[in-house]
Design a protein around this ligand. Structure first.
Ligand code: NAD
Length: 499
């Protein structure tokens, strides 16, 4: 994998003695701070080392973004849309190498990485279409003035992303930010630095498809949260912060913003409830519940990690789920047959292992999983945990309240609709949830009472860049995707004209 990674990095021009890990002002730049070593999630071996960007490169990146943004806003809105569409074409022909790069670095199954590359394209296409449709409005004020409202960009925005879906998250936030007219400095997770650099490079170097994005419009700066991340949140040029990650770090980002009176959007974790009523189509509910938690090895913010089942079908649903969990092909990320890979990093692996042990100590019972899966290839010494289902869980246990961010499902029984809603809402998180029932009235009634930013009925994890996404409570605030996501990147400006 190490040689494979070196080849891939070389293919994208990033290879050097120490890989070039930043994209600043239209060029690849090496970091200047402490060395960060990436570990192969599947084998546990060292992959590659690069250097933390640090404060000086944040300074360069913000200056470049300021220049790039000015140039961007000097174009007409329709020209910006045309150029975003041209920029997307820069990805053409590089999709497979990009997916391979991400699979090695993030430890994600290659199939999932290919799907993620497709999402990058989708998100840029969608927001390119918004460039020339951000109309303002005229307010019929009660005086002789003409009053109109424009949606103006913040200027330069700072974005910070996690390691679980690096390409998706990068495109998810870059596309609306530039469609709204901003320059960007984005810091990916220190654990998955390269794919965002490659995406920015391919987008900005797509001039051959028509005039591309101005140099410096998008800057990717890689390094640790405490150094490069903090330098970004504290930089005076940054006038909006968009953060995707854990509630703990989210709090620090919002505090850093508050100190400078800079607003933030926080897309944080979840503990989403998946409610199965006895009248649901159980085949579909079991398949849905299984994908809801075990896709991406549970390392998904919207993972359906709490399965609430009506008591009369509890045994049936949990035993079918356990059987389904045992059928999942767990293996190396590079293997085309793999449906679930390892956890991404040691810290995550240790956290998941500890939480399973603590749940057992508190009285929960492992129905399946809970340990390293059997039958893995010899080299798979990395961070593997089998798909796990826990029963005999009570709402007060840590495992019922805290995000695991791993392939661990807890199942709890409820007696009636009121109890299902109460259990579902008994958490500080509020990102997503689902209801499975053939009773249409009940499904809508329950969905309407869930305190969650996204709710599915007889489905799980359907997501589109067109529809707003975000949380309540510890899952954060602000919205991404759709028009709401675009509006997070603009400020309404009210103009009064004496007539
Ligand atoms: P994390 O909070 O540890 O790190 C996220 C990012 O924040 C990284 O880039 C990190 O370097 C940076 N960071 C950490 N401390 C910082 C600081 N003081 N200043 C500036 N930056 C700092 O999260 P993670 O472990 O990478 O990701 C997993 C978490 O992300 C889970 O909780 C998951 O639910 C959440 N997540 C949420 C969504 C969503 O859309 N709601 C999507 C994906 C992941």
């Amino acid at each position: 994998a190490c040689d494979h990674l070196a080849e891939l990095l070389k293919g994208f021009g990033l290879a050097a003695a120490t890989p070039l890990s930043n994209w600043i002002d239209g060029a690849l730049v090496a970091g200047e701070g402490e060395e960060i070593t990436l570990i192969n999630s599947a084998t546990g071996e060292a992959l590659v080392s690069y250097c933390d960007a640090g404060t000086a490169l944040i300074e360069r990146a913000t200056q470049a973004a300021t220049r790039g943004q000015r140039e961007w806003m000097a174009l007409t809105a329709s020209e910006r849309g045309r150029r975003m569409n041209a920029a997307i074409r820069g990805l053409e022909g590089h999709e497979e190498a990009l997916a391979q790069l991400e699979s090695v670095v993030a430890g994600k199954p290659i199939r999932d990485c290919r799907a993620e590359v497709g999402k990058v394209r989708e998100m840029f296409e969608y927001y390119a279409g918004w460039c020339d449709k951000q109309h303002g409005e005229v307010i019929p004020v009660p005086t002789s003035h003409l009053n109109y409202v424009r949606h103006v960009p913040y200027g330069v925005v700072g974005q910070i992303t996690p390691w679980n879906a690096p390409m998706f998250t990068c495109a998810w936030q870059l596309a609306p930010a530039i469609a709204a007219g901003n320059g960007v400095v984005l810091k990916p997770s220190e654990l998955t630095p390269f794919s965002s650099v490659v995406i920015a490079q391919l987008l900005e170097c797509s001039g051959k498809f028509g005039q591309g994005l101005p140099k410096g419009l998008i800057n990717i700066v890689n390094g640790l949260g405490k150094s490069t991340g903090a330098a970004l949140t504290d930089h005076p040029t940054i006038s909006k912060l968009v953060f995707v990650g854990s509630p703990q770090s989210g709090r620090m980002i919002a505090e850093a913003g508050a100190r400078r009176l800079v607003p933030s959007v926080l897309e944080l974790g979840g503990k989403s409830a998946n409610i199965v009523f006895a009248d649901a189509k159980l085949d579909e509910a079991v398949a849905g519940a299984q994908a809801a938690i075990f896709a991406a090895a549970g390392q998904s913010c919207v993972a359906g990690s709490r399965l609430l089942i009506e008591r009369s079908v509890f045994e049936q649903v949990t035993s079918r789920l356990a059987r389904a969990a045992e059928q999942i092909a767990v293996g190396l990320p590079s293997d085309e047959a793999t449906r679930m890979g390892p956890l991404q990093n040691r810290r995550q692996f240790e956290q998941v292992t500890r939480m399973i042990e603590a749940a057992e100590a508190a009285g929960a019972r492992v129905l399946t999983g809970g340990k390293r899966p059997e039958g893995l290839p010899d080299e798979a010494h990395g961070y593997f945990i089998a798909p796990t289902v826990l029963v005999e869980v009570t709402p007060d246990m840590e495992i019922a309240q805290q995000e695991v961010f791993g392939p661990v499902l807890i199942a709890m029984a409820f007696n009636d609709e009121a109890e299902a809603i109460q259990l579902a809402n008994e958490t500080r998180f509020g990102l997503a949830g689902a209801v499975w029932s053939q009773d249409v009235a009940r499904a809508h009634r329950v969905a309407g009472q869930l305190r969650a930013g996204t709710v599915w009925i007889n489905s799980y994890k359907a997501i589109s860049v067109m529809s707003p996404f975000g949380g309540f409570g510890d899952s954060g605030f602000g919205r991404s995707s759709g028009l709401d996501g675009l509006r997070e990147y603009t400020v309404p400006q009210s103009v009064w004209v004496e007539t």
